[in-house]
Each structure stands twice: as C-alpha cells, then as structure tokens.
Ligand binder design. Structure first.
Ligand SMILES: NC(=[NH2+])NCCC[C@H](N)C(=O)O
Length: 409
C-alpha cells in the first residue's frame, strides 16, 4: 500500500489537511479550569463552528482535501478488540478517580457507537449526564465537588500539536501538559489501526512514551533537507536531540535541524506563534523574538553512528536561513510592521501564525489587518478567515491544521 503521507516543506501546494471541527468540549470550559486547560476565554461554540466551517471552505475552494480527526479516529477503532483496548488506554490516562468511576464511564461508553464514543471522549463527561446511568462511585454523586467525571479536551481543534507529519513519517508527540497528552492517543490508534495506514510502513520519528516533550507547533519543515524546531515553553531540547537523531540518521533525506531557542512564555508557546514560512524566501516573524533568539544547527556527526554535531550559529537569522536554505535573499516580514504595540496585539491573535497552502499563498486571521496588508505588499496572496471565537484558544490557521500531503517543491 502506498504511503499517503508526504510533507517535505511548509509551502508546497497543500493536497490534504487534517482538521478537527470544534465540538461540545468547548462547552465544557469553565472559568476555574481555563488555565489548566490552556484557554484564555470561553468561545461561543455555535460561532466557532461557523468560523471553522469557513476555514474548511477555504481549503475546499482551493482544491485541498479536508479530513477530520474525529472521522479517522472512529474508523480506526472499527474492530471491537481495538475499540476495547482504546477505551482502556484512554481511561488509564484520563485521571479518572477510583474504580467506581471507571466502571460508570465504561458502561456509558459501551452504549455508544464508534463516532459517538470519539465525540464523547473529546467532549468530556459531566457528572449530571450520568444521572440516568448506573453510578458506581461515591465521588460521582457529589457534583458540587468537581463537575466532571471525565475532563474535556478543548485543544483538539489545534490539530498541529499532538502529532506532526514530517516527510513520509510521523512524530507522535509527548505533550508538555497532562491536559493535551491524551490527544496523542488518537494518533497512536490512527497510525496503528486505520485502514489507510495500518499496512503502510510509516516511520515514527518520536513516540508519545518518550520522556521529554515536543509539540507539533514547534516543528517547521523549511525544505526537504532542513527543519526548524523551537526550544520553547512546550518543547524540550532533549526531545529535539532525540527527534534529530532519529530523523537525521534515517533515509528521510533531512540533513539539518535548526533549533530555535525562543523565550519561554505563554504568548510564544510554540515556534509557529512567532515564525512561519510563507514563500521560498519569505517568513513572518514577531519582532519581539529577534533580540533573544539563538539558533543551533544540528547535523550528523562524523565521529560515530547515531551521534550528532551541534553548533551555535553566530550570524543574524537572515544569514542563517540564506546559508542553510541556499538562498540569495531572505525577507523577514514583521508582525504588526514592527510597531511594538501592533506587533504585540496582532501576535497575541496569531498574526504570525500563517498557513501556506502554496508558495506565497496563505490563510490568516482577517483581524490582523496591519500584518496582512504588509504580507500583500510583499506579494503574498492572503485568504482571510474572520475569527472572534476560534482565536480565543490562542491559535491561528497553522495551529488549526495538520498537512498530510503537500506537493514536493
Ligand atoms: N501550534 C500552536 N501554536 N498551537 C496553539 C495551541 C493553543 C492551545 N490553547 C495550547 O495551548 O496549547
């Protein structure tokens, strides 16, 4: 069977992209849990869905096939034994309190079809919902305690993060936070059991049971030989080393990983919140990281198999990019035009988080009008997505999409 995965750049014409249409998990956000669940506000679901459907429409209109995480996940567990194992693994990782709660949830899950099951796992379960079911646990009778028997997973619409397609393989991530780590279980089951993937030999560049964390928002594929990976609030340097070792010493064709050390803070959680590639030699950047940024280049060492050679790059970012991407010129397009107020405001609303659907053609949030105008002045084709709801989760078009296949460039 042919491997359907092929992502060897950030900009090659996009063929297939994975999304998750926001669901009931967003209606299980409450103020007391926002920090832990990595949200800053509570989106209005009905409008979030409208915005998201518009996002999907832009893809369709531009010849990009859209596939949904929820569909792949429910197709992957079609076999009864696989479904059983999936439920067990999921419950093992869901901080369910006590055996009684586990039995209650299991019985509830058993009454659902595969797609209802996946939706319910994503949405979480309120204690009030199981009142008509058999309750096997004392704590579940006490809804004043904590209202959920199973936590929601509100960050799933950021399909960029729990796993990342790199070349013809996949990096199944170990997430920084418990709240997002369960998301990676969907990837495990999809790549092991989905009919599209199960008989294909798919290289796994990193696995969810590794100790150190790495998230997809930090992984950028600059061309078929060079990647950029953020050392960030979410991604550990040790995880990058492991990932680099696996991929550079494989036959993937990748030769260099540039590790971008960026400030560790919420607004800049991943590299793609401050830096994205939009054309062969054009990038967006948030000016606030330019000062503190340090770049290290990681290549295969000549001193022994599986070893790496790591060097600190001393020149400016433009020069580093020109050198490794073999370009004569590089333009860094500054979010907010470099004005510190506009830059900070638009970056917070994902002004630098563009998704290229072809070289020089991107999807952006329409609200970041200053940055968008500058992109157009630089010859970029800009598709604007209006958002007042999706944006509240702190992620833009790149965060909300995972390319499965792009044309090689
Ligand atoms: N690739 C990205 N920048 N993703 C943004 C994810 C936002 C999400 N609320 C989180 O914290 O984790």
């Amino acid at each position: 069977m042919k491997n359907p995965l092929n992502v060897k750049s950030e900009i090659g014409k996009l063929n297939t992209v994975l999304l998750h249409r926001p669901g009931k998990e967003l209606e299980n956000l409450v103020p007391d849990c926002l920090d832990r669940l990595l949200f800053d506000d509570i989106p209005y679901l009905e409008n979030a869905i409208k915005e998201h459907d518009e996002f999907a429409r832009i893809f369709n209109e531009n010849g990009v096939e859209v596939i949904y995480l929820e569909d792949l996940a429910s197709e992957a567990i079609a076999n009864g034994k696989v479904r059983e194992k999936f439920i067990d693994d999921f419950l093992d990782e869901s901080s369910v309190v006590g055996e009684g709660s586990r039995e209650t949830i299991k019985e509830y899950f058993d009454s659902l079809s595969n797609s209802e099951l996946v939706d319910k796992m994503m949405a979480g379960i309120r204690k009030t919902e199981i009142k008509n079911h058999k309750i096997h646990s004392l704590s579940d009778m006490l809804d004043c305690d904590y209202p959920f028997i199973l936590d929601p997973m509100p960050n799933l619409y950021f399909t960029r993060d729990p796993f990342a397609i790199v070349g013809n393989g996949v990096c199944i991530n170990h997430m920084r936070t418990e709240t997002r780590n369960r998301e990676t279980l969907f990837a495990k089951y999809i790549f092991e059991y989905h009919p599209k993937f199960k008989d294909v030999d798919i290289p796994i560049w990193y696995n969810r049971d590794e100790r150190y964390s790495i998230e997809g928002g930090d992984i950028l594929i600059l061309n078929n030989e060079v990647m950029a990976v953020g050392i960030s609030q979410r991604t550990d340097s040790a995880a990058i080393e492991k990932f680099a070792r696996n991929i550079l010493w494989s036959d993937s064709g990748f030769k260099t990983v540039l590790a971008f050390d960026i400030p560790k803070k919420r607004a800049f959680m991943h590299l793609d919140t401050v830096f994205t590639m939009i054309d062969y030699n054009k990038f967006t950047i948030h000016p606030e990281i330019e000062g503190p940024l340090t770049v290290f280049s990681i290549t295969k060492s000549v001193h022994g198999k599986e070893k790496l050679s790591i060097e600190k790059e001393e020149s400016e970012l433009e020069d580093i990019l020109m050198k490794y991407l073999k370009l004569d010129k590089v333009s860094l397009i500054r979010c907010g035009g470099g004005n510190i107020v506009d830059a900070a405001r638009e970056q917070w609303n994902d002004g630098s988080n563009t998704l290229a659907i072809a070289p020089g053609e991107v999807i952006v949030y329409g609200r970041n009008y200053i940055t968008n105008r500058i992109l157009e002045d630089n010859g970029i084709i800009v598709h604007r997505l209006d958002s007042s709801e999706l944006v509240r989760g702190r992620g833009g078009p790149r965060c909300m999409s995972m390319p499965f296949s792009r044309e090689d460039i």
